[in-house]
Unconditional design. Structure first.
Length: 385
């Protein structure tokens, strides 16, 4: 076989392929993709080899909800440089693909955020997969730290704006009771992935939104009507449905570990994935930032606004993976899929991202035996930790 120029083979690693880890398998990379998985003993002698010293080799983490990082909040810095800074900060924690997340804001901010992501994607900025618009079509009763003064019902022009990104994923979080099912259908028809969140909707209204095209739920349990005996609410609808995905914040603060374990038991395997909801302090030594003119502060790893409400997190994806193992009792292979494979599936990237297999992007994470980051590959380009 003739290999492309600059082909390399990663050897001597515990590689996550399929359902479990394999050893004695070489991962051949070239042209930004995984070219082949071959027995190391059969590896072509002409291929350059990189010895990974027995480390874990996982698919690169994918984070669908990243408000900020490296001291940058996307809402405050909706520029290509801001997007790059956020992605750079999260790469240091194993995230090789993410959606910069713009929380509720006005139309000019939405336009600027979408333009920033479009520019970053066009320029090939490492790790930028698209955009997540978390709001402004949310419910005041479950606003969290969002500015309810900016909540609104979208018109046709705003729907067109929200779905205007080309070349990347658009994820939109909305409250089902704040929009019509026709609006949900219109967003889906225009290529957006729609999730329910920050919602006080009834079970019936949530079911109708699922039938109209909602395929996921944003930070399950947080900022949504809870499961109760006579009113299942958003949480009940999300847990019952077999086809939708659930993003969860596994930081030990946003949701009790028992509640997360219940979600894992309730949903089919592959439908629960990890998110961080990260704020600017991830990858930064600065413990606070400004949001809507208010100072948000992290203390002991918990991010709150002045009123005491949770305001995103200080979580990174590597810590989320470790927490899934230690708090939830999930095997490392499954935790890795929750951090990479399942979010890729949710975002419509199942054929290109989230797996170590021939034809997939060479987005990879290298961890040592103690689950410390040793390096990442994005499009085959390596960065040591």
């Amino acid at each position: 076989m003739t290999w492309p120029e600059h082909t390399i083979a990663l050897i001597n690693a515990r590689v996550l392929t399929g359902q479990d880890f394999v050893t004695s398998t070489a991962v051949v990379l070239a042209g930004g993709q995984v070219q082949a998985l071959v027995p190391a003993a059969d590896l072509d002698h002409t291929i350059a080899r990189v010895d990974l010293d027995g480390d874990w080799l996982l698919p690169g983490f994918i984070d669908a909800q990243v408000n900020g990082g490296g001291g940058v909040l996307f809402n405050n810095t909706p520029t290509e440089a801001g997007v790059r800074a956020i992605a750079c900060a999260h790469r240091n924690f194993g995230t090789t693909g993410l959606l910069p997340t713009l929380i509720t804001d006005d139309v000019p901010a939405m336009r600027a955020g979408i333009a920033a992501v479009a520019a970053a994607i066009a320029a090939g900025a490492p790790g930028i997969l698209g955009i997540h618009l978390e709001g402004p079509w949310l419910a005041q009763a479950r606003k969290g730290t969002h500015d309810a003064r900016k909540f609104r019902v979208p018109d046709s022009a705003e729907i067109a704006l929200a779905t205007s990104l080309r070349g990347g994923v658009t994820l939109i979080t909305l409250a089902p009771e704040q929009v019509s099912t026709d609006t949900v259908r219109a967003l889906v028809q225009r290529g957006a992935i729609v999730a329910g969140g920050h919602s006080d909707a009834s079970y019936e209204r949530t079911r109708a939104a699922i039938d109209a095209g909602i395929t996921g739920f944003t930070h399950l349990y947080n900022a949504m009507s809870p499961l109760q005996g006579r009113e299942p609410g958003v949480v009940g609808a999300a847990l019952e449905d077999r086809d939708t995905w659930l993003g969860v914040i596994a930081d030990g603060v946003h949701v009790h570990a028992a509640s997360l374990r219940l979600a894992l038991h309730a949903k089919p395997r592959g439908k629960v994935f990890l998110v961080t909801d990260a704020m600017p302090m991830v990858g930064s030594h600065t413990p606070n930032f400004d949001l809507y003119g208010e100072t948000i502060t992290a203390r002991d790893g918990v991010v709150r606004n002045a009123a005491g409400s949770l305001a995103g997190s200080a979580l990174d994806m590597l810590s989320a993976l470790r927490n899934a193992v230690s708090m939830l009792g999930v095997p490392l292979a499954e935790a890795a899929r929750m951090a990479a494979t399942y979010p890729a599936d949710f975002l419509g990237l199942a054929r290109s991202h989230g797996r170590i297999a021939p034809g997939y992007r060479a987005d990879l994470v290298r961890l040592d035996q103690d689950l410390q980051l040793r390096g990442t590959w994005i499009g085959g380009e390596y960065q040591a930790s």
